[in-house]
Write a protein that binds this ligand. Structure first.
Ligand SMILES: Cc1cc2nc3c(=O)[nH]c(=O)nc-3n(C[C@H](O)[C@H](O)[C@H](O)COP(=O)(O)OP(=O)(O)OC[C@H]3O[C@@H](n4cnc5c(N)ncnc54)[C@H](O)[C@@H]3O)c2cc1C
Length: 165
């Protein structure tokens, strides 16, 4: 198997990266451990809608609900209310993460991203990168500079080493 990019992690960031790369003509594999727990509902800033539209994934907003504003204490000693009424991008969002993630993952697959439901542990090497999967090994060949090409994903003969992931 020869691919341009391997993305480790299939959450919103991994899916967004996959969608952006596939839309630019790159071949992509997402390597992501299956997540079988229900994720909590989260909040997102109004710009979420714009970001999803730019990825061609506005339909993921069906897993979201409008929210009038966000009160946050992140990085502060007292909570601060961020009302959405003055935001040029409109209202904020509640995100039902389990449905949201599932929608983005399906969209990435539908657009052509390959999906491997396994854990990965990367190892830097002089000639490029390689990483171990649960029962396979993947290798990258350097194309010069910071560019690397995934050259193979094959079943590892040494199961004991890779099972430590
Ligand atoms: C309790 C809680 C509440 C939160 N509330 C909010 C909120 O209200 N608003 C907000 O904006 N943010 C919130 N966050 C933060 C938000 O969840 C994260 O910023 C967001 O999930 C990051 O997305 P991500 O795709 O980078 O990572 P994740 O969603 O964590 O996805 C990464 C995925 O990669 C997989 N993975 C990791 N390592 C490997 C590996 N080696 N091999 C294969 N797969 C791997 C993981 O299993 C996971 O499924 C909250 C977080 C928590 C824990």
């Amino acid at each position: 198997m020869q691919l341009d990019v391997a993305i480790i992690g299939g959450g919103p960031a991994g899916c967004a990266a996959a969608l952006a790369l596939v839309s630019r003509g790159h071949s992509v594999i997402v390597i992501a451990t299956p997540y079988d727990r229900v994720k909590p509902t989260e909040t997102a800033v109004p710009a979420l809608a714009r970001l999803l539209r730019s990825l061609g994934a506005a339909h993921a907003l069906r897993a979201c609900e409008p929210c009038s504003g966000i009160a946050t204490s992140r990085g502060r000693t007292t909570p601060v209310l961020q009302p959405a009424i003055s935001n040029p991008y409109g209202h904020a969002w509640f995100i039902h993460r389990t449905r949201f993630d599932a929608c983005l993952q399906q969209t990435a697959r539908d657009r052509g991203a390959q999906w491997l439901a396994e854990g990965a542990r990367s190892l830097a090497e002089d000639s490029g990168w390689s990483f171990n999967l649960n029962n396979r090994q993947a290798g990258f060949r350097s194309l010069g500079g910071h560019r690397h090409r995934l050259t193979s994903i094959s079943r590892s003969s040494d199961q004991s080493e890779s099972s430590a992931i």
